[in-house]
Design a protein around this ligand. Structure first.
Ligand code: HAM
Length: 413
């Protein structure tokens, strides 16, 4: 026997009972988002590496060390998508969606790839449900998106939810603040971790993200961007908060909130769950008013979020769901063609039906139908058919042609 092969580290199979659970998450998201006018978009699994280098940012962990990039054979570098916002903006530009009525509201349910160190809640292939709104910088967009995400997580039973909210202001404010922060970090350089020190010039904001105790102490006294916002950005943030208050979505302002993507401007937020361990982030997002232009499109504000499907399942304590039992089980002895014909009639009429496929004895076939929990079992034999209602116990002898009609009649309310 050859050696057994298994899934690569940080990836896993989705087995049938888990697939049912994921489908419920997808269905809930679809219903909620489509009712709010969001349309589904699907983008390719791989994109030009340049898209993420430019869109997500060269100095981010994602681009620096977590991308699965490969040469496509012609010297061009491609990357398995680590996130969905840059691809959606690329598609918006590529398909001239700025000509559509504004704003353009999109959602996705896809898998993403990051070469992170695997642990509970952190995988190398994971799924996200995400939503993006392009073409409006109204605070109402920010509020609507956060409200929809909050409803989604609540509907899916995610417990111990906490929403942290902040604003990064405009790129100009951020640039001024960056210089101020970099100066502060340089003045305290000796107390900072090696990684933070290395990033002072490239990305001083990431210092707020550090786990290093001494760095954290320095950061506790650091100047805050939230105190430096320009009046129009402060007003935008105040309006977002007022709308969330009106919608009764509670939040905490967290001036130290940092997210690992460089495209954010103005509103920034993250939902965490107490039900999760170290990887407590269930969902996150924010505004990215400069991203479309950075990717070669017209100046277009944008805002969105993504939630991790595996983390939703963990935080909701969701259990695998058994597959629903079939309406009809078609047992047969030597009447395979009749069984297949009956199944086709049943499927075409909207019933769920399964055929005996393992060549079992009639008795074992009936036992198997019971194990499946089939409501009706029909035993086909050359020239005869016996239909049993396993709920009511009736048994009918009837012609093959009558089976589906009879089952439908008995199932009708
Ligand atoms: P993100 O915070 O990197 O944001 O990812 C969003 C969510 O995906 C996280 O809160 C987490 O639940 C899940 N997630 C991320 N990495 C992993 C992993 N390695 N294993 C399991 N789950 C993971 C984004 O991706 C942005 N594109 C969100 C966004 C959309 N911002 C604006 N629009």
């Amino acid at each position: 026997m050859s050696a057994k092969l298994t899934t690569p580290r940080g990836t896993s199979d989705v087995l049938p009972e888990q697939a049912a659970l994921r489908r419920r998450i997808e269905d809930t998201a679809r219903e909620l988002l489509e009712h709010a006018g969001y349309a589904r978009i699907e983008t390719p699994t791989f994109e030009a590496t340049e898209l993420f280098a430019r869109g997500v940012g060269e100095a981010t962990d994602i681009v620096e060390k977590e991308m699965y990039s490969f040469d496509d054979g012609s010297g061009r570098s491609l990357t398995l998508r680590p996130e969905g916002t840059a691809p959606v903006c690329r598609a918006y530009v590529e398909h001239g969606m700025h000509k559509l009525p504004s704003p353009v509201k999109l959602y996705y349910f896809e898998s993403f790839f990051r070469a992170e160190r695997p642990q509970a809640g952190r995988y190398r292939q994971f799924w996200q449900v995400g939503a993006e709104v392009l073409g409006s910088d109204e605070p109402a967009v920010d509020a609507e998106l956060i409200v929809l995400l909050h409803s989604l997580l609540a509907q899916l039973g995610v417990s111990g939810l906490r929403l942290r909210l902040s604003s990064l202001g405009s790129p100009a404010t951020r640039a001024g603040y960056r210089d101020e922060l970099a100066e502060y970090l340089r003045a305290n350089e000796a107390l900072l971790s090696e990684t933070v020190r290395r990033r002072i010039e490239l990305n001083p904001l990431r210092a707020f993200d550090s786990d290093d105790p001494s760095t954290r102490e320095v950061m506790a006294a650091a100047p805050r961007l939230l105190d430096r916002l320009a009046p129009e950005d402060a007003a935008h943030f105040a309006e977002v908060r007022a709308l969330l208050d009106a919608a009764q979505v509670s939040y905490e302002i967290d001036a130290t909130l940092v997210r690992g993507l460089d495209y954010y401007t103005r509103t920034l937020f993250e939902f965490t769950s107490d039900a999760l361990g170290a990887q407590s982030g269930v969902a996150g997002g924010g505004r990215y008013d400069g991203l479309v232009e950075l990717l070669g499109g017209p100046p277009t504000p944008g805002m969105g979020w993504a939630a991790g499907v595996e983390r939703i399942i963990m935080a909701a304590g969701a259990q695998p769901e058994p597959l629903p039992p079939p309406d009809l089980y078609i047992a047969h002895t030597g009447a395979a063609a009749d069984a297949l014909r009956t199944a086709i009639e049943a499927w075409n009429s909207g019933l769920s039906a399964e055929i005996e496929l393992a060549g079992r004895s009639p008795n074992s076939q009936l036992k198997h139908a019971e194990r499946l929990g089939a409501r009706f079992v029909v035993l086909l034999e050359p020239g005869s058919a016996k239909l049993r209602d396993r709920a009511g116990g009736h048994e009918h002898v009837l012609s093959r042609e009558q089976i589906v009609k009879q089952v439908r009649q008995e199932l009708a309310p």
